[in-house]
Design a protein around this ligand. Sequence first.
Ligand SMILES: [Zn+2]
Length: 287
Amino acid sequence: MWQILLILCALLYLLWQWIHAPAAVRIDRERWDKYPLQVHFIDVGHGDSILLLSQGHAMLIDGGMPFRSKTVQRYLRTCGVEHLDAIVCTHEHWDHAGGLRGVVQHFPFDRAYAPVDRADCVAKGYFNRFAAEVAQRGHTLERPALGEVWQLGEAQIKVIGPLDYDPPNHAENNRSIVLRVTYGETSLLLTGDAERYAHEAMMKSGAELASDVVKVGHHGIRQDKAFYEAVAPKIAVFSCANMSKERSADIERELRGMGIELWFTREAGSIVCASDGQSWTVGKSAE
Ligand SMILES: [Zn+2]
Protein backbone atom coordinates (compact mmCIF):
# COMPACT_ATOMS: atom_id res chain seq x y z
CA MET A 1 0.00 0.00 0.00
CA TRP A 2 2.69 2.49 1.02
CA GLN A 3 4.56 1.84 -2.25
CA ILE A 4 1.50 2.99 -4.21
CA LEU A 5 1.27 6.13 -2.04
CA LEU A 6 4.94 6.80 -2.62
CA ILE A 7 4.55 6.43 -6.40
CA LEU A 8 1.49 8.72 -6.30
CA CYS A 9 3.43 11.37 -4.35
CA ALA A 10 6.34 11.13 -6.81
CA LEU A 11 3.94 11.52 -9.75
CA LEU A 12 2.24 14.52 -8.12
CA TYR A 13 5.65 16.10 -7.49
CA LEU A 14 6.68 15.59 -11.12
CA LEU A 15 3.35 17.05 -12.29
CA TRP A 16 3.88 20.10 -10.04
CA GLN A 17 7.40 20.55 -11.40
CA TRP A 18 6.15 20.22 -14.97
CA ILE A 19 3.33 22.78 -14.48
CA HIS A 20 5.71 25.32 -12.93
CA ALA A 21 8.59 24.77 -15.36
CA PRO A 22 9.36 27.93 -17.35
CA ALA A 23 8.41 27.87 -21.02
CA ALA A 24 11.18 28.42 -23.57
CA VAL A 25 11.69 32.14 -24.16
CA ARG A 26 13.03 33.56 -27.40
CA ILE A 27 13.38 37.29 -27.97
CA ASP A 28 14.94 38.90 -31.02
CA ARG A 29 16.80 41.55 -29.04
CA GLU A 30 18.74 42.70 -32.07
CA ARG A 31 15.44 43.68 -33.68
CA TRP A 32 13.76 45.26 -30.64
CA ASP A 33 16.57 46.84 -28.64
CA LYS A 34 17.02 49.66 -31.14
CA TYR A 35 13.62 51.11 -30.15
CA PRO A 36 13.57 53.64 -27.28
CA LEU A 37 10.26 52.17 -26.04
CA GLN A 38 9.37 48.48 -26.10
CA VAL A 39 6.12 47.00 -24.77
CA HIS A 40 6.27 43.22 -24.44
CA PHE A 41 3.00 41.32 -24.08
CA ILE A 42 4.40 38.14 -22.57
CA ASP A 43 2.53 34.99 -23.53
CA VAL A 44 1.23 33.66 -20.20
CA GLY A 45 -1.77 31.78 -21.61
CA HIS A 46 -4.92 33.14 -19.95
CA GLY A 47 -3.79 36.25 -18.06
CA ASP A 48 -1.70 39.37 -18.48
CA SER A 49 1.97 40.14 -18.07
CA ILE A 50 3.31 43.23 -19.80
CA LEU A 51 6.89 44.46 -19.68
CA LEU A 52 7.73 48.08 -20.56
CA LEU A 53 11.34 48.90 -21.40
CA SER A 54 12.77 52.33 -22.08
CA GLN A 55 16.42 53.42 -21.99
CA GLY A 56 17.52 50.91 -19.36
CA HIS A 57 14.37 51.30 -17.26
CA ALA A 58 11.79 48.55 -16.78
CA MET A 59 8.25 48.26 -15.46
CA LEU A 60 6.22 45.07 -15.12
CA ILE A 61 2.45 45.18 -15.25
CA ASP A 62 0.95 41.92 -13.92
CA GLY A 63 2.61 38.51 -13.73
CA GLY A 64 0.13 35.98 -15.12
CA MET A 65 -1.02 32.95 -13.14
CA PRO A 66 1.18 31.55 -10.34
CA PHE A 67 2.55 28.73 -12.47
CA ARG A 68 3.61 31.23 -15.17
CA SER A 69 5.87 33.14 -12.78
CA LYS A 70 9.06 31.36 -13.85
CA THR A 71 8.27 32.02 -17.51
CA VAL A 72 7.83 35.73 -16.73
CA GLN A 73 11.09 35.78 -14.75
CA ARG A 74 12.94 34.05 -17.58
CA TYR A 75 11.47 36.55 -20.05
CA LEU A 76 12.70 39.46 -17.92
CA ARG A 77 16.20 37.98 -17.68
CA THR A 78 16.31 37.31 -21.44
CA CYS A 79 15.53 41.02 -21.95
CA GLY A 80 18.47 41.85 -19.66
CA VAL A 81 16.25 43.14 -16.83
CA GLU A 82 17.89 42.95 -13.40
CA HIS A 83 15.88 45.62 -11.62
CA LEU A 84 12.35 46.95 -11.98
CA ASP A 85 11.50 50.62 -11.53
CA ALA A 86 7.95 49.58 -10.72
CA ILE A 87 5.68 46.58 -10.45
CA VAL A 88 2.01 47.19 -11.13
CA CYS A 89 -0.65 44.69 -10.17
CA THR A 90 -3.69 45.93 -12.09
CA HIS A 91 -6.09 44.02 -9.80
CA GLU A 92 -6.16 41.09 -7.44
CA HIS A 93 -7.26 38.23 -9.72
CA TRP A 94 -4.85 35.30 -9.91
CA ASP A 95 -4.26 35.53 -13.70
CA HIS A 96 -2.66 38.96 -13.03
CA ALA A 97 -1.36 38.83 -9.44
CA GLY A 98 -0.46 35.12 -9.29
CA GLY A 99 2.99 35.28 -10.88
CA LEU A 100 4.08 38.50 -9.15
CA ARG A 101 5.17 37.01 -5.83
CA GLY A 102 7.97 35.08 -7.57
CA VAL A 103 9.01 38.23 -9.44
CA VAL A 104 9.17 40.22 -6.19
CA GLN A 105 11.32 37.46 -4.65
CA HIS A 106 13.87 37.54 -7.47
CA PHE A 107 13.99 41.10 -8.80
CA PRO A 108 14.78 44.22 -6.76
CA PHE A 109 12.26 46.99 -7.42
CA ASP A 110 11.62 50.61 -6.44
CA ARG A 111 7.83 50.79 -6.20
CA ALA A 112 4.81 48.50 -6.25
CA TYR A 113 1.23 49.48 -7.05
CA ALA A 114 -2.16 47.82 -6.70
CA PRO A 115 -5.75 49.08 -6.33
CA VAL A 116 -6.13 47.33 -2.93
CA ASP A 117 -3.68 46.22 -0.25
CA ARG A 118 -5.64 43.10 0.66
CA ALA A 119 -7.78 40.88 -1.54
CA ASP A 120 -11.08 39.32 -0.66
CA CYS A 121 -11.89 37.42 -3.86
CA VAL A 122 -11.85 33.68 -4.68
CA ALA A 123 -8.10 33.43 -5.36
CA LYS A 124 -7.22 36.00 -2.68
CA GLY A 125 -4.32 33.92 -1.35
CA TYR A 126 -2.13 34.66 -4.36
CA PHE A 127 -2.62 38.40 -4.14
CA ASN A 128 -2.19 38.49 -0.37
CA ARG A 129 1.04 36.50 -0.59
CA PHE A 130 2.31 38.96 -3.21
CA ALA A 131 1.33 41.90 -0.93
CA ALA A 132 3.07 40.23 2.05
CA GLU A 133 6.20 39.69 -0.03
CA VAL A 134 6.23 43.38 -1.03
CA ALA A 135 5.94 44.38 2.64
CA GLN A 136 8.65 41.92 3.66
CA ARG A 137 11.03 43.68 1.30
CA GLY A 138 10.38 46.98 3.07
CA HIS A 139 8.05 48.44 0.43
CA THR A 140 4.51 49.75 0.72
CA LEU A 141 1.97 48.59 -1.83
CA GLU A 142 0.74 51.93 -3.15
CA ARG A 143 -2.61 52.85 -4.60
CA PRO A 144 -1.82 55.17 -7.53
CA ALA A 145 -3.47 58.57 -7.67
CA LEU A 146 -5.66 59.36 -10.65
CA GLY A 147 -3.83 61.64 -13.05
CA GLU A 148 -0.40 60.76 -11.61
CA VAL A 149 2.33 60.59 -14.28
CA TRP A 150 5.32 58.27 -14.02
CA GLN A 151 8.45 58.66 -16.11
CA LEU A 152 10.01 55.47 -17.45
CA GLY A 153 13.10 56.28 -19.49
CA GLU A 154 11.71 58.42 -22.31
CA ALA A 155 8.09 57.34 -21.83
CA GLN A 156 5.38 58.93 -19.72
CA ILE A 157 2.80 56.74 -18.07
CA LYS A 158 -0.39 58.36 -16.85
CA VAL A 159 -2.87 56.78 -14.43
CA ILE A 160 -6.34 57.20 -15.93
CA GLY A 161 -8.20 54.53 -13.98
CA PRO A 162 -9.82 53.32 -11.89
CA LEU A 163 -12.26 56.12 -11.18
CA ASP A 164 -13.98 53.98 -8.57
CA TYR A 165 -12.19 51.63 -6.16
CA ASP A 166 -15.44 50.01 -5.04
CA PRO A 167 -17.46 49.40 -8.20
CA PRO A 168 -20.91 47.83 -7.98
CA ASN A 169 -20.30 44.91 -10.35
CA HIS A 170 -17.38 42.69 -11.33
CA ALA A 171 -15.59 44.73 -8.70
CA GLU A 172 -12.05 43.42 -9.06
CA ASN A 173 -12.05 43.81 -12.86
CA ASN A 174 -13.64 47.24 -12.79
CA ARG A 175 -11.11 48.63 -10.35
CA SER A 176 -8.21 47.64 -12.61
CA ILE A 177 -5.42 50.19 -12.81
CA VAL A 178 -5.57 51.70 -16.33
CA LEU A 179 -2.47 53.35 -17.77
CA ARG A 180 -1.88 55.44 -20.87
CA VAL A 181 1.67 55.34 -22.14
CA THR A 182 3.03 58.06 -24.40
CA TYR A 183 6.36 58.52 -26.10
CA GLY A 184 6.85 61.24 -28.71
CA GLU A 185 3.87 61.11 -31.03
CA THR A 186 2.90 57.57 -30.05
CA SER A 187 0.45 56.31 -27.43
CA LEU A 188 -0.77 53.04 -25.95
CA LEU A 189 -3.55 52.21 -23.51
CA LEU A 190 -3.32 49.36 -20.97
CA THR A 191 -6.69 48.51 -19.50
CA GLY A 192 -6.16 45.54 -17.16
CA ASP A 193 -9.48 43.69 -16.95
CA ALA A 194 -11.66 46.82 -17.14
CA GLU A 195 -15.20 46.17 -18.36
CA ARG A 196 -18.24 48.27 -19.25
CA TYR A 197 -18.67 49.98 -15.89
CA ALA A 198 -15.05 51.17 -15.86
CA HIS A 199 -15.22 52.04 -19.57
CA GLU A 200 -18.18 54.36 -18.98
CA ALA A 201 -16.51 55.99 -15.98
CA MET A 202 -13.36 56.68 -18.01
CA MET A 203 -15.36 58.11 -20.92
CA LYS A 204 -17.26 60.41 -18.54
CA SER A 205 -14.05 61.48 -16.77
CA GLY A 206 -12.82 63.42 -19.77
CA ALA A 207 -9.44 61.66 -19.62
CA GLU A 208 -7.60 61.47 -22.90
CA LEU A 209 -8.31 57.94 -24.14
CA ALA A 210 -7.32 58.20 -27.81
CA SER A 211 -4.38 55.85 -28.34
CA ASP A 212 -2.67 54.18 -31.31
CA VAL A 213 -2.49 50.82 -29.53
CA VAL A 214 -4.85 49.32 -26.97
CA LYS A 215 -4.55 46.21 -24.84
CA VAL A 216 -8.12 44.97 -24.90
CA GLY A 217 -9.64 44.73 -21.42
CA HIS A 218 -10.42 41.44 -19.67
CA HIS A 219 -9.01 39.23 -22.45
CA GLY A 220 -11.87 40.47 -24.67
CA ILE A 221 -14.67 39.46 -22.26
CA ARG A 222 -17.62 41.83 -21.55
CA GLN A 223 -16.19 44.64 -23.68
CA ASP A 224 -17.97 47.65 -25.03
CA LYS A 225 -17.64 48.89 -28.61
CA ALA A 226 -18.30 52.53 -27.60
CA PHE A 227 -15.14 52.56 -25.47
CA TYR A 228 -13.00 51.39 -28.38
CA GLU A 229 -14.60 54.01 -30.61
CA ALA A 230 -13.42 56.60 -28.05
CA VAL A 231 -9.91 55.09 -27.98
CA ALA A 232 -9.89 54.79 -31.80
CA PRO A 233 -6.77 52.58 -31.94
CA LYS A 234 -5.03 51.32 -35.06
CA ILE A 235 -3.84 48.19 -33.27
CA ALA A 236 -5.47 46.06 -30.55
CA VAL A 237 -3.65 43.37 -28.57
CA PHE A 238 -5.48 40.53 -26.83
CA SER A 239 -3.58 38.80 -24.01
CA CYS A 240 -5.50 35.55 -23.96
CA ALA A 241 -5.70 31.79 -24.32
CA ASN A 242 -8.16 29.71 -26.33
CA MET A 243 -10.38 29.36 -23.25
CA SER A 244 -11.79 32.90 -23.65
CA LYS A 245 -12.12 32.71 -27.44
CA GLU A 246 -15.90 32.30 -27.56
CA ARG A 247 -16.50 35.01 -24.97
CA SER A 248 -14.38 37.52 -26.87
CA ALA A 249 -15.83 36.75 -30.32
CA ASP A 250 -18.20 39.76 -30.35
CA ILE A 251 -15.60 42.42 -29.63
CA GLU A 252 -13.15 40.76 -32.03
CA ARG A 253 -15.72 41.03 -34.80
CA GLU A 254 -16.57 44.63 -33.88
CA LEU A 255 -12.94 45.75 -33.74
CA ARG A 256 -12.22 44.06 -37.08
CA GLY A 257 -15.25 45.87 -38.50
CA MET A 258 -13.66 49.16 -37.37
CA GLY A 259 -10.57 48.31 -39.44
CA ILE A 260 -8.33 47.73 -36.40
CA GLU A 261 -5.37 45.36 -36.73
CA LEU A 262 -5.74 42.59 -34.12
CA TRP A 263 -2.98 40.65 -32.39
CA PHE A 264 -3.50 37.67 -30.08
CA THR A 265 -0.97 36.08 -27.74
CA ARG A 266 -2.90 32.82 -28.20
CA GLU A 267 -1.80 32.81 -31.85
CA ALA A 268 1.45 34.79 -31.95
CA GLY A 269 2.93 33.91 -28.55
CA SER A 270 4.67 36.89 -26.95
CA ILE A 271 4.11 40.12 -28.89
CA VAL A 272 6.20 43.30 -28.94
CA CYS A 273 4.96 46.81 -29.75
CA ALA A 274 7.98 49.05 -30.22
CA SER A 275 7.97 52.81 -30.69
CA ASP A 276 10.54 55.16 -32.21
CA GLY A 277 8.45 58.13 -31.09
CA GLN A 278 6.83 58.49 -34.53
CA SER A 279 5.11 55.14 -35.09
CA TRP A 280 4.71 51.62 -33.74
CA THR A 281 6.24 48.44 -35.05
CA VAL A 282 4.44 45.28 -33.95
CA GLY A 283 5.62 41.72 -34.20
CA LYS A 284 6.24 38.41 -32.47
CA SER A 285 9.00 38.72 -29.88
CA ALA A 286 10.97 36.27 -32.07
CA GLU A 287 10.03 34.95 -35.50
ZN1 LIG B 1 -7.70 38.58 -16.26
